[in-house]
Design a protein. Structure first.
Length: 102
């Protein structure tokens, strides 16, 4: 949908400022996820070396509970936070299984 070109110039500038902030935050999120996956791959190699299972259900559930609580305190939707972290964890487990199989 095209932008309304009749908007107040100050509002347009505010919009672009906010969008630049969003772009910066998205960049930071990607960098943080990349770092998280770098560390979890190290965990996967450690688990593989010591023949530990790729999934630690108790750890996952504790993490979900902790992150739901943090999300609630931060004013975020707890269900969204859980869905997000479970997706991240699923990718970690997928990577750990690949590492264990190699």
């Amino acid at each position: 949908m095209p932008e309304d070109t009749t908007a107040d110039p100050a509002a347009t500038e505010d919009l672009w400022r906010l969008r630049r902030s969003i772009d910066n935050l998205d960049t930071a999120l990607v960098a943080l996820l990349a770092e998280r996956f770098r560390v979890t791959r190290e965990v996967g190699h450690l688990k593989a070396r010591h023949r530990l299972p790729p999934v630690d259900v108790a750890r996952e559930e504790a993490q979900v509970a902790r992150l739901r609580e943090m999300a609630g305190r931060a004013g975020l939707d707890e269900d969204f936070a859980e869905e997000f972290i479970r997706r991240v964890m699923a990718e970690v487990v997928r990577q750990h299984r690949l590492i264990a199989g190699s």
